[in-house]
Design a protein around this ligand. Structure first.
Ligand SMILES: Nc1ncnc2c1ncn2[C@@H]1O[C@H](COP(=O)(O)OP(=O)(O)OP(=O)(O)O)[C@@H](O)[C@H]1O
Ligand SMILES: [Mg+2]
Length: 253
């Protein structure tokens, strides 16, 4: 497995903190890891162009310093829905560009952790959604559930969409973004009973979360890649490779 795609129940549910924590957890066991944020809106303009905080943090946590343009091939200034930001910038977000950047990163590290943007069905263009990215890259998905009132509905709808459209849900992680949430444990028990994938961690609300602190709460070793899931990913991978070969005119023996 070369990577994981981190999605969430919403924007602000903790995808970046958990992606960084997962990177640290993998690094602690030896393998090299790079982070990627393929599409980001909400970027500051600096001397080298647009820069996004999530992408900078993922890049900084990487086992080596990847070029920014590979970590974040699509960067938009306004903090708005990405397809609207792309439209305003006159840019078409294209999967082959994301695939190419991902493949280059995957060639440089044992694993790549890819953070989505917003939630699972966020549009990226007229015919493109965040959910298309892990499928194109052949990546299993980790769902971050931001624990707050209403999260069970958001989590179950997202799980249904991932699993109902041929995605591989490798696991979910609960993240207490609301420090005052009532009945937290009962919510967790409901999520565990209704989500058909392993819980890879439960993060309490932390004053100032750091990747190394998160390692203690995360269990990537529980990632569910049962044979049925691995077979699904292999099929996706073959389809994706065939498509990019067709695009470059390459032929397989
Ligand atoms: N367990 C936690 N305890 C305390 N604060 C947290 C926790 N998890 C996340 N946060 C804080 O909540 C905010 C949102 O988290 P984060 O940036 O990881 O979300 P995200 O899903 O990546 O958001 P976006 O959609 O903008 O990418 C950040 O300020 C982060 O530090
Ligand atoms: Mg983020």
């Amino acid at each position: 497995m070369h990577g994981l795609f981190v999605t969430g129940t919403d924007t602000g549910c903790g995808k970046t903190e958990i992606s960084l924590g997962l990177m640290a957890a993998v690094q602690a066991t030896g393998p090299s890891v790079l982070g990627m944020k393929p599409v980001a809106s909400g970027c500051a303009r600096g001397p080298d162009g647009l820069r996004n905080d999530d992408a900078l943090r993922l890049r900084a946590q990487g086992s080596s310093k990847a070029p920014y343009g590979l970590v974040n091939p699509y960067a938009f200034a306004p903090p708005i829905a990405p397809h609207i930001a792309a439209g305003e910038a006159g840019v078409e977000i294209r999967l082959p560009t994301i695939e190419q950047a991902y493949r280059t990163l995957a060639g440089e590290a044992d694993q790549v952790i890819v953070e989505g943007v917003g939630g699972w069905r966020v549009p990226l263009g007229p015919n493109l959604f965040v959910s298309d990215i892990p499928k194109a890259l052949g990546l299993p998905v980790i769902l971050v559930v931001g624990l707050k009132l209403g999260c069970i509905n958001h989590a179950l709808l997202t799980v249904e969409s991932i699993q109902g459209t041929g995605g591989v849900l490798a696991g979910w992680i609960a993240n207490q973004v609301d420090p005052t949430m009532l009945s937290r444990d009962a919510n967790l028990a409901t999520l565990a009973a209704l989500i058909d994938a392993p819980c890879l961690g439960v993060l309490p609300w932390l004053e100032a979360p750091t990747p190394s602190e998160l390692v203690g709460y995360l269990h990537p070793e529980l990632i569910d890649l049962q044979p049925r899931h691995a077979a699904k990913l292999a099929t996706t991978q073959t389809r994706t490779e065939a498509r990019s070969d067709a695009g470059t005119g390459k032929r397989r023996a």
